[in-house]
Every structure is written in C-alpha cells, then in structure tokens.
Design a protein around this ligand. Structure first.
Ligand code: FAD
Length: 412
C-alpha cells in the first residue's frame, strides 16, 4: 500500500483546529499536516461569532481542563497577540451580585478563581463597584483586572497564516464526510475527493460528534446547538460600560449569563442569551434543518434536559423574541439601559455537548482512539484556551501515535 498523503489531517479550521495545526507544525516540522474545512474561509463559525473575551479562568471547576487550559491559554494568547501585533486589551471585568441572595455564589466564584491561580481577583463592595463601573448596580462584585478582549476571528486567521508558512496544507471548501480505517492508514472521503492520512484530529465544532460517528466512534455525548444572540448599545450610550459587566451565573448551566462587554472595535455588545437552536448552524429562528432536528429528537438526553429545564428553555425563547425581556435582564446589571438604546447585533451558535442523562457537559472532552483524536466539547472558554488546547492535543496525539516526539510529550 502506498504511503499516506498526510501524517495528520485536522478536520475543522476554527481556532481549535488551527491552534492544533500550529502546535504540531512547530513541534514536529517533519510531519506532513493538512487542515480541512467545509467553508470557503477559516473560522466561519464559533471562532468568529463570540464575545471576544479572554477569560481569566475563574469560573471553572479547579483541576478541570477548562480551568487549567483557560489560565494557561490566556497567558499564551497575550504573548501571541503581542508577537503578531493583534489587538489585546486588558480591560478587566466585574461579576455583579444584584442582590444579597447571589453573594454566596459570588464568594464561591472568588474562591474558585483563587484556587485556579487567576491573578489579581478581588471581592469588592458596592462603592468600589461604582468607582470601577459607575453605571452598574449591585450589592457586591468580583473584580477581575486580568480579563481582556481580543478579536478571535483575527487571531484564527493569523494562526492559519503562520501554519501555512510552516508548510501546513490548508484545504478550504472541503468537508470530511466519511472516514475508513485501512491497514496502516485512514481513508477520508471529502467533498473535494478522497485523501489518506495516518491520523485524524477532529476539531469540527458543531459537527464534531457527527464526524466522530462517521469515523466509527460511538461517543456517548451529542452536540446540542445553543444560539447566543447579541444586541449592541447605540454609540451615544457606550459610556454606560467601561469594561465588561457580568451577572453571577446560574450554576445549573455552563453559560455565563447575558452580559455587557466592550469589543476591540469600540462597540459595547449585550448578550449572548442561550436559545436551543433548530439546526447546528441555526443562527436565527428561521434556520431549521429537518434531518438534524430529527436526529436531535431521537437522542434521549434532549428529552431529559427538556424535562428538567423546560422553564429556563421557555424563558430563553421568550427573551429571544422579546426585546423588552432582553433589556430587563440588562437593566438588572445597568439600570439606565433603555429599549431605545440597543439594536440587534447578530448571533453565534455554541457547540455544547449533552449526555444521554440530560446533563450538559461542563468540561472540554477529548476522545482518543487508535488513529484519531476527537475534540468533542470545546465551548467557551475554548477560544481563550485555544493555544493551550492545541498543545494539549499535540501531546495527546503523540501518545496515540505510540511515541512521544520531542517537545509535545508533556501535557500542557
Ligand atoms: C455566542 C458565543 C460566545 C462566545 N464567547 C466566547 C468568549 O468570549 N471567549 C471565549 O474564550 N470563548 C467564547 N466562545 C466559545 C468559542 O468561540 C469556541 O469555544 C471556539 O471558537 C471553538 O472553536 P472550534 O475551532 O472548536 O469551533 P469552530 O470555530 O466552530 O470551528 C469548527 C470548524 O469545523 C468546520 N467543520 C465542521 N464539520 C466539518 C467537516 N465535516 N469537515 C470539515 N470541516 C468541518 C466548521 O466549518 C468550522 O470552521 C463563545 C461561543 C459562542 C457561540
């Protein structure tokens, strides 16, 4: 049998796939690498439809991938942006307890952040909150001075440029539809023809579970698309927000709650909510994919989640359709915001893994098999953590490949 065309093919040119390509090409210049994406350009989905916040790592369970890789990834990202002249603004953020009942959870977040090694965190009172964010209302807050903002789409495009300069083949407009294992290699069927590789890395985001199944895996989790819709503040009202103002999140869900954030373009965005979408790329209510919907409805986990959280789901749908309801959520954080101050401003769709028992997976998930490594859950803060995830995946892949080549063996 002839030699495979590539040593490793990465499916998905979002920020995770590209960071993985970069890590592999830096550590192992001898490997023949390719990145494939079904879209005509890189980072068309989650990686360019997000809040642009470089999270400091305070929310996540100590010891989890999210905690470790967010803290490390944020530091790597800052250095990467400095090296390549990309925007990185350390604006800080406040997480605001709007009444006394939220204070214990706020204190817990502060404790977690300290345990996760997040630098500079402070528990502050309402006077200090007013000094930092004069228009925010709250009884107490956590101040995270290291939280930053960037443009993840631009970061991803820069990663793509660097990876191709390292010799990585970037094949756009090429969807991986099937993966067959042959004697010493994989044969990938793509919409632009077949190709062969020794290993596959699946970084297909919203389609990662489907691709894992196409490659013969039986992952227990299923990706559920949660749309996050945004508004933006009118230019003359941007002064209401200096940095980023977040609520105390609901611990039942892995989402951070509707917040207000500055962007590197000088806008102030409000959102995202978390609405169950009718298609994996369901960027609006009108986008419905009957086959994907039927597949999702056949998954018992969806029904169990619906039974447990139907009230929250209905509220999210209502808040999505009603500007007034959305603005009422914002007014809890910044009471001066009025309906006339905001206009709709696009949406992103989160790839969130769901278990058969109806619980939402709250950590990154990596599934290794003989010739593949599947990234099966990489929601927020995976953009923040991308450079650390890339190094982690490169290290895991070295283990899959049987030998740990120099530089990639140690977990990040
Ligand atoms: C609304 C929203 C707000 C967020 N805010 C933040 C934030 O502030 N900070 C943060 O750190 N994170 C945030 N995130 C999360 C972050 O954007 C994602 O975790 C990250 O972008 C995931 O990157 P990815 O490469 O895994 O996925 P994606 O960017 O979705 O990339 C997957 C790629 O795979 C391609 N693909 C799919 N199937 C195939 C196939 N069969 N063959 C070939 N290609 C395929 C797709 O075209 C796509 O380009 C947010 C996400 C959303 C949706």
């Amino acid at each position: 049998m002839s030699r495979p065309e590539f040593d490793i093919v990465i499916a998905g040119a979002g920020i995770v796939g590209l960071a993985t390509a970069l890590a592999l090409s830096e550590a192992h210049p001898e490997l023949r690498l390719a990145v494939l994406d079904k879209e005509p350009e890189v980072a068309r989905h989650q990686s360019s439809h997000n809040s642009g916040v470089v999270h400091s790592g305070l929310y996540y369970r100590p010891g989890s991938f999210r905690a470790r890789l967010a803290v490390e990834g944020a530091a790597r990202l800052e250095a990467f942006c400095a090296e390549h002249g990309l925007p990185f603004v350390r604006c800080g953020k406040v997480i605001v307890a709007t009444d006394d009942s939220e204070v214990p959870r706020l204190e817990e977040l502060h404790r977690r952040g300290i345990e996760n090694g997040v630098p500079g965190l402070e528990l502050i009172d309402s006077r200090r909150l007013r000094a930092l964010e004069p228009h925010a209302a709250g009884v107490a807050a956590v101040w995270s001075p290291n939280t930053a903002i960037t443009d993840f789409g631009l970061v991803a495009r820069t990663m793509a440029r660097l990876a191709t300069a390292h010799g990585v083949a970037l094949r756009l407009g090429s969807r991986v539809v099937a993966v067959e294992e042959e004697a010493q290699r994989l044969r990938l069927e793509t919409t632009t023809g077949p190709l062969t590789a020794r290993y596959l890395v699946n970084c297909a985001g919203l389609h990662s579970d489907a691709l894992a199944r196409a490659a013969g895996e039986r992952p227990e989790v299923r990706i559920v698309p949660f749309r996050g819709e945004y508004y933006r503040l009118a230019p003359q009202r941007r002064g209401l927000v200096r940095s980023a103002i977040y609520p105390v999140p609901d611990p039942r869900f892995p989402f951070l709650g509707v917040h207000l954030t500055r962007t590197v373009d000088g806008e102030v965005e409000a959102g995202p909510n978390a609405v169950l979408a009718f298609a994996r790329e369901g960027y609006s209510w009108g986008r419905l994919d009957p086959a994907e919907l039927a597949d999702a409805l056949a998954f018992p986990g969806l029904w169990r989640m619906a039974r447990e959280h139907w009230r929250a789901g209905l509220f999210e749908a209502y808040r999505s359709l009603s500007k007034g309801a959305f603005v009422r959520s914002l007014r809890k954080l910044v009471p001066e915001v009025r309906e006339a101050d905001v206009e709709r401003h696009g949406a992103g769709v989160r790839a969130q893994a769901l278990r058969p028992d109806g619980t939402l997976v709250d950590d990154f998930v990596f599934l290794a098999s003989r010739r593949a490594l599947h990234v099966l859950n990489a929601p927020s803060p995976a953009a923040t953590a991308s450079l650390a995830i890339g190094r982690h995946v490169a290290g895991e892949l070295a283990a899959v490949m049987g030998a740990a080549p120099a530089g990639a063996a140690s977990p990040v």
